[in-house]
Design a protein around this ligand. Structure first.
Ligand code: PRP
Ligand code: MN
Ligand code: MG
Length: 182
């Protein structure tokens, strides 16, 4: 696992410290709102669990699965809902929890789709923001770390479903994905 990384970008301690800070800020903003906190499967699972654990306010959770990448390291631009929310969000304050904003395609699609269901508000919390990857104009309302335009894994971020369980984040060695190309 660790040997497959070229470089460590954020340690477990750095991530936890930052996520706690974010959680406090988000909790302050949503104190009286009983928000629906929406986890975007699967990448946001670790961030979601940590963020809501530290929020300590009344909230509800829901989960949506939406995919644009498949097993490739590049965005295909194809966005589809694999699993929808379980409950309506009409008149609710919704916070979308994402691991990373890269091209922005996933989030701009998702935000529009949730606004069309007449949510009262839709905001975005992203653990990582890769502004150099952007092809559509979208900025997370809460962002943990800005990351360089490199292929990173860990803390929910995968390469071909692997490395999500790393509690830290690093740059994947190109040899790992190059050797799997046909
Ligand atoms: C990744 C990541 C974000 C999205 C960001 O998800 O978790 O959801 O891509 O990329 P974008 O800004 O270019 O749309 P992925 O589709 O790989 O699914 P996963 O969360 O199950 O890994
Ligand atoms: Mn994702
Ligand atoms: Mg992925």
């Amino acid at each position: 696992m660790r040997e497959d990384l070229q470089e460590l970008l954020f340690s477990e301690e750095q991530i936890q410290t930052r996520v706690k800070q974010m959680a406090k800020q988000v909790a302050r903003d949503y104190q009286e709102k009983n928000p629906v906190v929406v986890c975007v499967l699967k990448g946001a699972v670790l961030f979601m669990a940590d963020l809501i654990r530290y929020m300590e306010i009344p909230l509800e959770t829901d989960f949506i699965a939406i995919s644009s990448y498949g097993a490739s390291t590049k965005s295909s631009g194809v966005v589809r809902i694999l699993k929808d929310l379980d409950r309506p969000i009409e008149d609710r304050d919704v916070l979308i929890v994402e691991d990373i904003v890269d091209s922005g395609l996933t989030l701009s699609y998702l935000r529009d789709s949730l606004l069309r269901r007449n949510a009262r508000s839709v905001k975005i919390a992203a653990a990582f923001d890769k502004p150099d990857g952007r092809t559509v104009d979208i900025t997370p309302d809460y962002s943990g770390f800005t990351v360089p335009n490199r292929f990173i894994v860990g803390y929910g971020l995968d390469y071909a479903e692997r490395y999500r369980n790393l509690p830290y984040v690093g740059v994947l060695k190109p040899s790992v994905y190059e050797k799997e190309k046909c």
